[in-house]
Write a protein that binds this ligand. Structure first.
Ligand SMILES: *Cc1c(COP(=O)(O)O)cnc(C)c1O
Length: 351
């Protein structure tokens, strides 16, 4: 049978209403890539895998939840969907809305969205509006407008988004034959960590599998769950997690605690270092937020708070590097120029 996307593959495990009408781009089924060189760089002697979610149809894990949210909305004959977004939700909502023949509206925080994400949302035909404020302001506005008008909200406060995103946990367990000992992932609005935990618990009950510990990772400049209070002006290079008031913050804290894990914060430098390591050691280029899971794991190992020996550890890399090319190109000088002559090339690469 041809592969049919996450709703078809895991239909029995997802709590979606009967009216749901599938809208899919055959998302999910992303690779779980063994990362031996990276494990060695972290001290070795454990199994490390990258769940590479950047390989979803619009370049981030958001597609797993979006196929569920748009399928439910399509079944109710909704005409218009709306979301607030730091970028990836916008691109995903716009793509699935196009597929469903619906209109999409996305609200982004002014001037704080990576080029590849904005381009995606526009390419898929969304009406894109910049809110003169933060992501949290944008989210407040979309919630308010959906209470007044027949527009469907597709942010991760939409419960079907969580249902769809659980499938990443199922895929990891199916690939490993068990759950990992640790799962490390970035935390922004906290929908993803909530969904993973729900998914792992479901497999735990259904197939008597072990449960992983969760290591949720925020950026130091946007770490409300570590600080214990909202952050008014979140700042980080990791734009996908530049969120000061996570909608599912309490659930994220609960999930981390229940799992025996925790939520920590790492610096932007550590995130950018992890981004370079993933690319240079494993050939996996991710956007900065997506490297937070690795940055967090490295931090915990270095500080002796996590002993990886003999463990199986999965790092979730949430989005593709192509989403945010400026981060790389702004950091490097223009490539060296050489005249079109062999001796010049030899001089450039051999000296
Ligand atoms: C949305 C997103 C996150 C954060 O996920 P939450 O569910 O908001 O915690 C992390 N990385 C990328 C690439 C994202 O698009």
């Amino acid at each position: 049978m041809p592969y049919g996307g996450v709703l078809e593959r895991y239909s029995a495990l997802l709590d979606l209403p009967a009216h749901t009408r599938p809208v899919t781009l055959l998302e999910g089924n992303t690779p779980l890539i063994p990362a031996r060189r990276l494990a060695n760089a972290l001290g070795g002697d454990f199994e490390l895998y990258i769940k590479y979610e950047g390989l979803n149809p619009t370049g981030s894990f958001k597609d797993r939840g979006m196929t569920a949210a748009l399928s439910e909305a399509a079944g109710r004959r909704v005409q218009t969907v709306i979301c607030a977004s730091t970028g990836n939700t916008a691109a995903s909502a716009a793509a699935y809305a196009a597929r469903a023949g619906m209109k999409s509206i996305v609200l982004i925080p002014q001037g704080k969205v990576a080029a590849g994400k904005l381009a995606g949302a526009i390419a898929y035909g969304a009406q894109v509006l910049q809110v003169e404020g933060s992501f949290d302001d944008a989210l407040r506005l979309v919630v308010a407008i959906c209470e007044k008008h027949p527009i469907a909200l597709v942010n991760s406060i939409n419960p079907y988004r969580i249902e769809g995103q659980k499938t990443a946990a199922f895929e990891i367990c199916d690939a490993l034959g068990r759950a990992p000992d640790w799962l490390c992932l970035p935390v922004g609005n906290a929908g993803n960590i909530t969904a993973y935990w729900a998914g792992f618990k479901q497999y735990h009950h259904r197939h008597a599998l072990n449960l992983p510990r969760l290591l949720g990772v925020q950026a130091q400049g946007a770490a409300p769950l570590v600080l214990g209070h909202p952050v008014e002006h979140p700042e980080t290079v990791a734009t996908a997690i530049r969120i000061g008031r996570p909608a599912r913050g309490q659930q994220a804290l609960q999930a981390a605690k229940e799992s025996g894990g925790r939520i920590i914060a790492v610096s932007d430098d550590a995130i950018l270092h992890a981004q370079r390591q993933l690319a240079a050691l494993e050939g996996i280029w991710v956007e900065p937020a997506s490297a937070a899971g690795l940055a967090g794991l490295a931090h915990e190992i270095a500080s002796g708070r996590l002993d990886p020996r003999g463990q199986s550890i999965v790092i979730v890399c949430t989005g593709h590097g192509l989403k945010d090319p400026d981060i790389i190109t702004n950091l490097i000088p223009e490539p060296l120029r050489v005249p079109p002559e062999l001796h010049a090339l030899e001089k450039a690469i051999l000296s």
